[in-house]
Design a protein around this ligand. Structure first.
Ligand SMILES: *[C@@H]1O[C@H](CO)[C@@H](O)[C@H](O)[C@H]1NC(C)=O
Length: 208
């Protein structure tokens, strides 16, 4: 529950607003979310950047997907009582993530997301832009979930402070605490590769 829950919900309800079938509760959900992106942006800065984390795009696959996104979808599915949708939502999330990685990754130009305020803001805006673009594609998956009853349930949850002031900040802190070990665990850093090459050469020389 977790970093991306709000994004899934934003997607779920804002993307649906133009549809006729959306009930009043769903519109209330959308309006409850309007101020949240800037709250999240500030949290990202204080809980992630200021803790010395250097987030990069591969961190989504290395940590965030399995530790934030998947649990958020599961918990939402439980609360909304919409069976058989979990798989579709996860697939949708992966698809949206791929689009964002492809579109917003290159503009980082090898920097990490927290490297300076402009980089962070640009990445955040790119994220938002492609998040909504990518979501439009998935309206057919989302529409059947936007019943008035389901939205009422989400609205109650989103109204509470716990999600915004406890759950999401805690998840961000959890990420920040492992953040800088993620990439070196999965792939050797450039310097280490260099070191290995040097060692290899030394070994070769010794063999000669
Ligand atoms: C995330 O979960 C999937 C499915 O359970 C698994 O295949 C994958 O290896 C996990 N990724 C990481 C980085 O743990």
């Amino acid at each position: 529950m977790r970093i991306c829950l709000d994004r899934i919900l934003l997607l779920l309800f804002l993307a649906l607003t133009p549809a006729n079938a959306v009930g009043l509760s769903c519109i209330k959900v959308a309006s409850a979310l309007v101020g949240r992106p800037s709250h999240l942006f500030n949290l990202f800065q204080t809980e992630i950047c200021e803790r010395g984390c250097q987030p990069t795009v591969p961190h989504w696959d290395l940590w965030t997907r399995n530790n934030s996104f998947v649990p958020a979808v599961r918990s939402m599915m439980k609360r909304m009582n919409v069976p058989h949708k979990e798989e579709a939502l996860l697939k949708m999330g992966d698809d949206v993530a791929t689009i964002i990685k492809d579109q917003c990754g290159p503009m980082l130009g090898g920097r990490h997301i927290c490297s300076d305020p402009v980089t962070l803001a640009d990445f955040g805006n790119c994220f938002k832009r492609y998040f909504f673009k990518a979501s439009i594609k998935h309206i057919p998956i989302l529409l059947p979930m936007a019943s008035d009853a389901a939205c009422k349930e989400q609205y109650q949850y989103l109204q509470g402070d716990e999600l915004w002031d406890v759950t999401i900040p805690n998840n961000m802190r959890e990420y920040a605490s492992v953040c800088n070990q993620l990439e070196s665990k999965s792939m050797p850093r450039q310097e280490e590769i260099q070191k290995e090459k040097v060692l290899e050469e030394e070994v070769k020389h010794e063999e000669l």
